[in-house]
Design a protein around this ligand. Structure first.
Ligand code: SAM
Length: 350
C-alpha cells in the first residue's frame, strides 16, 4: 500500500469509529424494540425465518427483517442464510427464560420514558439539573410512584441487574457474625434472596418505598425465606429500621446528589445501632476516566439525566462517610463484580 492509501485507510477507520459511536442510540433503541417484541423468546434456541417471526410478533415482515439484520450487525443475532436468524450468546440474554435475563433491563433503559429524559441531556449539562424533571415536571421516583406499570418494570430491571452482584456478594462476604440484615432501598428483595437461603441463622428486612418494595413479598416467598424475612415500606431519609446489625445499601447512593447522600448517611448514623456494620455496594469510579469500564461512566451520566445523583470515587465515598460519623473499615474494588463493597462502622476508628 502506498503512504497515501495507508493514510486514507486510517482516515476511513477513524471516521467509522466515530460514526459507529454516533449510532449508539440506534443500537440501543433497536435492542429495546427487540426486547419489547419478545423476539429473543420467539427465536429461542432455533434458526427462524423473518416471515414466521413477523407473523408471531404481529409486525411488518420487511421492516422486521431490517431490524434483525441491524441486530446481526451489532452481534445480537446471526443470519446464517438470507432472511433466517438465530440468537448469539449475547443476544440470548434477551430471552425471558434465561437465568441471566436482561430483557426487563433492556425494556426499561430503552423505554420511551427514559429515552425522552435523555433528550434533555443538554439541559443537564448547561444547568446541572435533572433532565428527567425538566422533561416530566416531576422527579423519577415520584413518576414511578404514579405509574404502576413502569414501576414494576423498573423493579424487575433492577432485579435483573442486581442478580449477579448479589450472588457474588453472597459468595464473597462473611455474613457469619450477623443476625439481621437490613437491605435499605432493597427493591424487590433480590439481594436477600441470594444471601439468606444458605444461612438459616440470618433474618432480613427489605426496606424501600411503598412502590419500590411492592414486588418483594413475592421474591421472598419464591426464595423460601418469607418466614424469616419481611418487606417493610418507609422513607430511608426518616425512618430507617433500628433492629438490624448489618445494613446493606446497594446501588442507592448513585441516585442522589452529595447533600442528599450525606442526609441518608446521617439518617443511618442516627438510627442504626452503634455496633452495626454498614455495607455500601456500588460502582466506585477510578480517579481518571478511560475506555476500560465505559458502563460506569454511562451510569454516571444516566444519573445526571434521571435522578440527579452521581457515581463516586473511593476518595469521595471515604470523605462522605467520615464527615457523617462513620469509619471506613475496607474498600474492596470489584468484590461484588462488577460492583465494589465498602464496609464502614459508626463512630470514630475502633
Ligand atoms: C437504583 S434502585 C436499587 C434497588 C436495589 N438496591 C438494587 O440494587 O437492585 C434504588 C432504590 O431506592 C429506593 N428508594 C428511593 N427513594 C427511597 C426512599 N426515600 N426510601 C426508601 N427507598 C427509596 C427505590 O425505590 C429503589 O428501589
Amino acid at each position: 500500500m502506498t503512504t497515501t492509501e495507508t493514510d486514507s485507510t486510517e482516515k476511513m477507520d477513524l471516521r467509522a469509529a466515530l460514526i459507529e459511536r454516533i449510532g449508539g442510540y440506534m443500537t440501543s433503541h433497536s435492542i429495546g424494540v427487540a426486547a419489547e417484541l419478545g423476539l429473543a423468546d420467539l427465536l429461542g434456541d432455533g434458526v427462524r425465518g423473518s416471515e414466521e417471526l413477523a407473523t408471531e410478533s404481529g409486525t411488518h415482515e420487511p421492516s422486521l427483517r431490517r431490524l434483525l439484520r441491524t441486530l446481526t450487525a451489532v452481534g445480537i443475532t446471526v443470519e446464517p442464510e438470507p432472511g433466517r436468524f438465530a440468537l448469539t450468546e449475547v443476544g440470548s440474554q434477551l430471552r425471558s427464560d434465561s437465568p441471566d435475563s436482561l430483557r426487563a433491563f433492556s425494556r426499561m433503559f430503552c423505554h420511551p420514558v427514559v429515552l425522552r429524559a435523555w433528550l434533555g441531556l443538554e439541559h443537564s449539562i448547561h444547568t446541572g439539573e435533572r433532565a428527567f424533571d425538566h422533561v416530566y415536571g416531576k422527579d423519577f421516583y415520584s413518576y414511578l410512584a404514579e405509574d404502576g406499570r413502569t414501576s414494576e418494570l423498573f423493579n424487575e430491571a433492577m432485579s435483573e441487574e442486581s442478580r449477579v452482584a448479589a450472588e457474588r456478594l453472597a459468595a464473597g462476604y462473611d455474613f457469619s457474625g450477623f443476625e439481621k440484615v437490613v437491605d435499605l432501598g432493597g427493591g424487590d428483595g433480590t439481594l436477600l434472596a441470594a444471601v439468606l437461603p444458605d444461612r438459616p441463622q440470618l433474618r432480613g428486612v427489605v426496606f424501600d418505598s411503598p412502590s419500590g418494595v411492592a414486588e418483594a413479598p413475592a421474591t421472598l416467598e419464591r426464595a423460601g425465606i418469607a418466614d424469616r424475612c419481611e418487606a417493610r415500606a418507609g422513607d430511608f431519609f426518616r425512618d430507617i429500621p433500628a433492629d438490624g446489625d448489618l445494613y446493606v445499601i446497594k446501588s442507592v447512593f448513585q441516585d442522589w446528589g452529595d447533600e442528599e447522600s450525606r442526609a441518608l448517611l446521617r439518617s443511618c448514623r442516627a438510627r442504626i445501632p452503634d455496633t452495626a456494620t454498614l455495607l455500601i455496594v456500588g460502582s466506585v469510579l477510578p480517579e481518571t476516566a478511560s475506555t476500560d469500564e465505559p458502563i460506569m461512566f454511562f451510569t454516571d451520566l444516566n444519573m445526571l439525566v434521571n435522578s440527579g445523583g452521581r457515581e463516586r470515587t473511593e476518595r469521595e465515598f471515604r470523605a462522605m462517610l467520615e464527615e457523617t460519623g462513620f469509619t471506613v473499615r475496607s474498600v474492596r474494588l470489584g468484590a461484588a463484580g462488577p460492583l465494589s463493597v465498602i464496609e464502614a462502622v459508626p463512630g470514630a476508628p475502633r
